[in-house]
Design a protein around this ligand. Structure first.
Ligand code: G3H
Length: 255
């Protein structure tokens, strides 16, 4: 019966958060590798989690990716009474427009009648260009907002999938493969031990900033992401909440 299924999931959630050493795991039914609608369920569960944890005025930093795009789709105006500001967590890391944090923040703000800021930083710039961009008052202001976020929402990807999807240079792609990267988050690539083996140079949130942020929500599902999730969680702050699906959770609990 349905109660049995629900309690089965609750047991898995407990076991998973313990295994990964994080605050909480939330598991939705299905496997997003096989059924695209499961991503929407991840989005719905994330929206509920945001609603429960955020009261009043908040800055929410968001990364890119198709999972974050699904979260944006599931945000609803009943969250609108809250004073939220969405900011992209980091500058450009090579994603297509639909998967960019800027686009996703705009959609999240639109769906909740709240505000957003953009961070326009070209993907591949010279060191000189980079140094001058980060001195721009407008950019500086957004970076200050990012660093004072009370919540971070982020995806986790398979390293090679992400490197190939983004405009990664041949040289960096080789580096990522050679270092046996398995996971990616925020433009950081991790090996199985959770060590950073490559990092996309861009401004905004850095991995070390995460420990200062009250609510960190990682959203990633699909059994193909199990290795990536395990690797990243070795490095994640223990306050992390993981929103995932059964497909990934079963793999994660096996390993
Ligand atoms: O950083 C992780 C990726 O943005 C995840 O992308 O949600 O499209 O799998 P995805």
């Amino acid at each position: 019966g349905i109660m049995r299924e629900i309690s089965g999931i609750a047991v898995m959630e407990q076991a998973l958060s313990r295994k990964l050493g994080i605050r909480q795991a939330i598991i939705v039914s299905g496997n997003s590798d096989e059924s695209p609608w499961v991503k929407q369920e991840l989005g719905r569960a994330t929206a509920m989690c945001m609603k429960a944890r955020l009261k009043g005025k908040n800055i929410i930093a968001v990364t890119g990716g198709s999972t974050m795009a699904a979260v944006a789709e599931m945000l609803t105006p009943d969250l609108a009474e809250r004073d939220w500001l969405f900011v992209p967590a980091r500058g450009g890391i090579g994603e297509d427009v639909k998967n960019q944090a800027n686009t996703i923040c705009a959609k999240m703000a639109d769906h909740t009648d709240s505000r957003h800021r953009v961070l326009y930083v070209p993907d591949q710039v010279s060191k000189e260009m980079y140094e001058s961009i980060i001195k721009e008052p407008n950019i500086k202001e957004v970076i200050t907002q990012i660093k004072s976020a009370s919540m971070v929402l982020h995806g986790i990807g398979d390293a090679i999938t992400m490197a190939e999807r983004r405009k990664t240079s041949e040289e960096d792609l080789e580096k990522i493969k050679h270092a046996k990267a398995v996971g990616e988050s925020f433009g950081y690539y991790f090996n199985e031990g959770g060590e950073v083996v490559h990092k996309v140079q861009t401004i905004g949130l850095q991995l070390d900033d995460l420990s200062h942020i009250e609510h960190v929500i990682a959203v990633a599902g699909g059994s193909s992401k199990a290795k990536a999730i395990t690797a990243y969680m070795k490095r994640a702050p223990s306050s992390t909440i993981l929103v995932t699906d059964e497909g990934a959770a079963k793999q994660l609990l096996k390993g």
